[in-house]
Design a protein around this ligand. Structure first.
Ligand code: DGJ
Length: 569
C-alpha cells in the first residue's frame, strides 16, 4: 500500500468513527432494563415539558417574553410548532429564520425543544400547508367523503403531496442537523398532529377507492400473524371476530364495519409518515413520534374522531406501516387518564404524553405516567397561557398561586426535578410505582419493592373515607432499599403490607420530609405522631394485618418523604 493510500484510509476511518460517535451522541431512545429512555448527551433525560399554543412559535417577539416564564415553571423542554407554510412560503424557497430564532431563545433560557412539524395535517385538517399547496387542489387533492364531497384535508393518497411535504420536512431536518448537530437543543420531533379523516370513516376519492379494492398488504398481514398473541387487545378482537384470516380485502380481514375503514386509513397515513420520518432521519436521526386525538365518549364511530390516527385499535397497524416512528402517543384530556396511558403503553410502544392538562390534576397525571408507566415525560398544552396557570389552585380548598413558581405545575415539576436521577434509575428496574387518586377512585394498591402500597386519597382519622370534593391525589414511590422508600405525593396517604412475610405487621420505623441535595437526602422535618397515625381503629387494622400507621401528604402540592419500615408480631 502506498503511503498516500494508507494515510487516506486512516483519515477515512477517522471520519467514519467520528460520524458514528456523533450519531450515538444525538438524542436517541435506548432500552435500559425495563424502560425505554430518551438519552441526551449520553445521559437519560426526563421530559418536564409543556406545549405552546399552536402559532406562538411564529412570533419571536412574543416568544422572548415566554421563554423566561418556562424556566420559572421548572420546564426543561418546550414543545413548539413549526408550520410548513412558515418555512416554505413559496415552493422551493426555504426560510429557517424562525427555527434559528427559536433555538436562540431556548438556548439563552437553558431550555430544550421538541418541534411539531405541522405539515399536511393538524387536527385532521391541512391548515398549516402553504398557500401554494392549498390553492392547487388538482396537484394536491383533498380527501373526499361520502357523496364525493371534498373536505379541507389533503389526501394521503397523493404522491405529489407526499413528495412536497417530505422534501420540506427533510430540508427542515437537514437544517437542524447543521444548526443543532452539536448542541442537541432539539430532543425529538412530533410529526404532524392528530392525523385522520373527520366527517367520514375513510377517504373515498378515486385513488383511495382503488387502494381499498386491493387486498390488505402482505406486510401488514405478516405482522398480524407474527404478533398474533401480543396484538393490542381491540385489534386482536376485531381480527379474530372476523375469522383471523391470513389474507383478503379490508372488509374480509377486519369485517364489514367502519373500523376496517379506520385501519385502512391508519395503514396509508402510516406509510405516508414512514416515508417522511425515514427521509428526515437520514438527515438528522433524532426520535420521532405522533400524537393522536383519542376517541371521545360521545363519538359514534370513526369520522366523529379523526379516522386513521394511531390509537389502541390501530397501534399495531401503525407499527407495521411506520417502523421509523419511535412512539405513537395520545393527547389525553379525558378524565380516566390511567386507562388511556395503559392502552398506549405496549410492548412495542413506550409512552410519552405530549399533550394533557396543566392543573393539579395534570400534576397527578405526570406523576402517574412517569412512575407507573416509565413515561419519557409529560407536557401540558397551552403552557404559554401563564395568566390561566395563575388561576389554578394546588388543590381544592387551598389558596391560589401568587406567582408562577407557586403554580401546581411548577411545584410538581420542582419535585420531579429533585427526584429525576432516582426516577430514571428506578424506571429501568421497575422498583418505582405511582398511584392516581380521585373521589371516584380513592384507593389504588400498587406493588413496589417488597411491599404492597395501599394508597388512598387523604382523609382524616375521624372520617373513614374522603369526601366527594377531595380533588385529586397522587403518590410516586421508589424502593431505595429492602425496607426503605422515597415517596412524593399530594393529598394522599399510604400504608404498607409486606409481600414477603405474611405473619408480620408493617409500621414506620423512621420518616422524614425533605429534599435531595445532589445525591444526599436533606431532612427538613422528622415525621411521627399525628403525621403517621392514620387511623384510631387499631383492632380493625390489626385484623387486616395492618398497624394503622403510614405516611400522609397534605393537599397543597407534592412534598417528598423518606421512610424506613419495620415489622412486628
Ligand atoms: C389538541 C391539538 O393537538 C392541539 O394542537 C390543540 O389544538 C388542542 N387540541 C386545543 O385544545
Amino acid at each position: 500500500m502506498t503511503n498516500l493510500l494508507s494515510r487516506y484510509l486512516a483519515f477515512a476511518a477517522l471520519i467514519t468513527t467520528s460520524l458514528a460517535a456523533q450519531s450515538t451522541l444525538v438524542p436517541h431512545l435506548e432500552k435500559r432494563g425495563e424502560a425505554t429512555q430518551l438519552i441526551v448527551d449520553g445521559k437519560p433525560w426526563l421530559i418536564l415539558g409543556g406545549e405552546m399554543a399552536n402559532t406562538a412559535s411564529s412570533d419571536l417577539a412574543y416568544m422572548d417574553t415566554v421563554w423566561p416564564q418556562m424556566t420559572r415553571l421548572n420546564l426543561n423542554t418546550v414543545i413548539v410548532g413549526m408550520g410548513w407554510a412558515w418555512v416554505e412560503p413559496e415552493e422551493g424557497k426555504f426560510d429557517f429564520s424562525l427555527v434559528d430564532g427559536l433555538l436562540e431563545g431556548a438556548r439563552k433560557n437553558h431550555e430544550h425543544v421538541i418541534f411539531i412539524w405541522f405539515g399536511s395535517w393538524k387536527n385532521s385538517i391541512s391548515s398549516f400547508a402553504p398557500g401554494w399547496v392549498k390553492r392547487d387542489s388538482t396537484r394536491f387533492p383533498r380527501v373526499r367523503i361520502y357523496g364525493g364531497l371534498p373536505v379541507e384535508i389533503l389526501s394521503p393518497f397523493s404522491k405529489e403531496t407526499l413528495a412536497a411535504d417530505t422534501r420540506a420536512y427533510t430540508k427542515f431536518m437537514d437544517h437542524l442537523a447543521h444548526v443543532d448537530g452539536d448542541q442537541h437543543t432539539v430532543l425529538m420531533i412530533q410529526l404532524q398532529n392528530e392525523i385522520g379523516v373527520l366527517g367520514d370513516s375513510r377517504d373515498r376519492s378515486e385513488a383511495a377507492n382503488a387502494a381499498f379494492a386491493q387486498p390488505v398488504p402482505s406486510a401488514l398481514m405478516d405482522y398480524l400473524t407474527k404478533n398474533h398473541e401480543r396484538l393490542s387487545p381491540p385489534l386482536r378482537q376485531l381480527w379474530e371476530s372476523a375469522g383471523a384470516r391470513a389474507s383478503g380485502g379490508w372488509n374480509e380481514v377486519f369485517g364489514k364495519n367502519p373500523l376496517a375503514d379506520e385501519l385502512f386509513m391508519a395503514w396509508h397515513y402510516g406509510r405516508f409518515l414512514e416515508t417522511m420520518a425515514s427521509s428526515g432521519k437520514q438527515a438528522h436521526p433524532i426520535p420521532v413520534f405522533t400524537n393522536t386525538w383519542i376517541v371521545q365518549p360521545d363519538d359514534r364511530g370513526p369520522g366523529d374522531y379523526p379516522s386513521g390516527g394511531a390509537k389502541p385499535v390501530s397501534l399495531d397497524v401503525w407499527k407495521a406501516a411506520a417502523p421509523s416512528i419511535d412512539l405513537n402517543c395520545p393527547d389525553i384530556y379525558l378524565p380516566n387518564f390511567p386507562d388511556h396511558v395503559a392502552a398506549f403503553h405496549r410492548w412495542n410502544n413506550p409512552i410519552f404524553v405530549p399533550e394533557s392538562r396543566g392543573d393539579a390534576a395534570g400534576v397527578a397525571n405526570a406523576f402517574y405516567a412517569i412512575g407507573q408507566h416509565a413515561s419519557l415525560g409529560y407536557s401540558p398544552f397551552g403552557i404559554d397561557d401563564t395568566a390561566r396557570l395563575l388561576t389554578l389552585r394546588p388543590e381544592v380548598g387551598t389558596p391560589g398561586p401568587r406567582n408562577l413558581e407557586d403554580t401546581p405545575l411548577a411545584r410538581g415539576y420542582a419535585v420531579l426535578r429533585n427526584l429525576t436521577p432516582l426516577i430514571l434509575e428506578h424506571q429501568t428496574n421497575g422498583s418505582i410505582g405511582s398511584a392516581w387518586l380521585t373521589s371516584e377512585s380513592p384507593r389504588h394498591e400498587i406493588i413496589v419493592g417488597d411491599y404492597h402500597l395501599i394508597c388512598e386519597l387523604r382523609h382524616t382519622r375521624a372520617t373513614p373515607a374522603p369526601d366527594e370534593n377531595a380533588g385529586s391525589g397522587y403518590a410516586l414511590a421508589i424502593a431505595i432499599g429492602p425496607d426503605e422508600y422515597i415517596v412524593a405525593g399530594s393529598n394522599a396517604q399510604i400504608t404498607f403490607l409486606s409481600r414477603v412475610n405474611d405473619t408480620t405487621i408493617t409500621s414506620i420505623a423512621e420518616a422524614s420530609r425533605g429534599t435531595f441535595q445532589g445525591t444526599e437526602w436533606h431532612a427538613e422535618r422528622q415525621m411521627s405522631g399525628d403525621d403517621i397515625m392514620l387511623d384510631y381503629h387499631l383492632a380493625t387494622a390489626a385484623s387486616n394485618r395492618q398497624s394503622a400507621s403510614g405516611i400522609s401528604f397534605p393537599p397543597n402540592g407534592p412534598t417528598i418523604q423518606r421512610v424506613k419500615l419495620y415489622q412486628y408480631q
